[in-house]
Design a protein around this ligand. Structure first.
Ligand SMILES: Nc1nc2c(ncn2[C@@H]2O[C@H](COP(=O)(O)OP(=O)(O)OP(=O)(O)O)[C@@H](O)[C@H]2O)c(=O)[nH]1
Ligand SMILES: [Mg+2]
Length: 215
């Protein structure tokens, strides 16, 4: 998908602040500091639209970013950050659980994990949780630029095994640094959002082989 327009829309602390225009939503879940906001910036070709930081635990609401006028990318608070208080953690958990349970516009959850390491206990809990709520999932293994290409397949295998990856879900290797996986991830997202055939046909020249050639 070619993103020609993108904007930050709202930091929502609860359902009464979620957008009401019924556009499809793609949510990003993942450990704090794993690279969710960086992934959003790369997907939208923006340097600093989603705030990234080396201080984990910064994102504490559901942050909505609109791509074209087609869909929202929804940045979740990162989990697994020790310095967030128990009360805060419970409140985020509740908000996310309610969102996952009820949000009709939610079409796909990107579970962002670090390609370098086996998924954490929290990653596994989140993956199981998403399956329990019967949500479609795409596992995005990011920071691929941090390990040599010769070890990518070994690491993908490790990620899949640790998570108990289900073959009906999708998986993509990604790097916000190099752009690896960007077009592939857009194709996956488009296959889950229902602005459908027309958009797909219009984007035939936007194939991921182009960027793959640049890896
Ligand atoms: N080399 C490399 N660094 C990355 C990549 N993605 C993210 N980073 C770095 O990892 C750090 C955390 O990235 P963020 O995008 O802020 O992580 P986050 O998941 O949004 O973190 P929270 O908002 O705290 O949950 C930053 O220093 C990024 O520059 C990547 O693909 N490659
Ligand atoms: Mg973030």
């Amino acid at each position: 998908m070619k993103v020609t327009k993108s904007e930050f829309v709202i930091s929502a602390v609860g359902p009464d602040q979620y957008p009401v225009d019924a556009l499809p939503e793609i949510a990003l879940a993942g450990r704090s500091n794993v690279g969710k906001s960086s992934l959003i910036n790369r997907m939208l070709s923006r340097k600093n639209l989603a705030r990234t930081s080396s201080t984990p635990g910064k994102t504490q609401q559901l942050n909505y970013y609109r791509a074209n006028d087609d869909l929202y990318l929804v940045d979740f608070p990162g989990y697994g950050y020790a310095k967030v208080s128990k009360t805060q953690r419970a409140a985020f958990g509740e908000m996310i659980e309610r969102y996952l349970l009820n949000r009709e516009e939610l079409k796909l959850v990107l579970l962002v994990v670090d390609l370098r390491h086996p998924p954490s206990k929290d990653d596994i809990i989140m993956y199981d949780w998403l399956q329990y709520y019967d949500r479609d999932v795409c596992v995005v293994a990011t920071k691929a630029d941090k390990i040599p290409r010769s070890r990518w397949s070994k690491h993908i295998k490790m990620v899949k095994e640790t998570l108990g990856f289900r073959p009906h879900h999708s998986m993509v290797m990604f790097s916000s640094e190099s752009g690896l996986g960007k077009d592939e991830l857009w194709s996956i997202i488009q296959s889950y959002t229902n602005y459908g055939l027309e958009a797909d046909e219009a984007n035939e020249d936007d194939t991921f082989s182009i960027e793959k050639g640049q890896e």
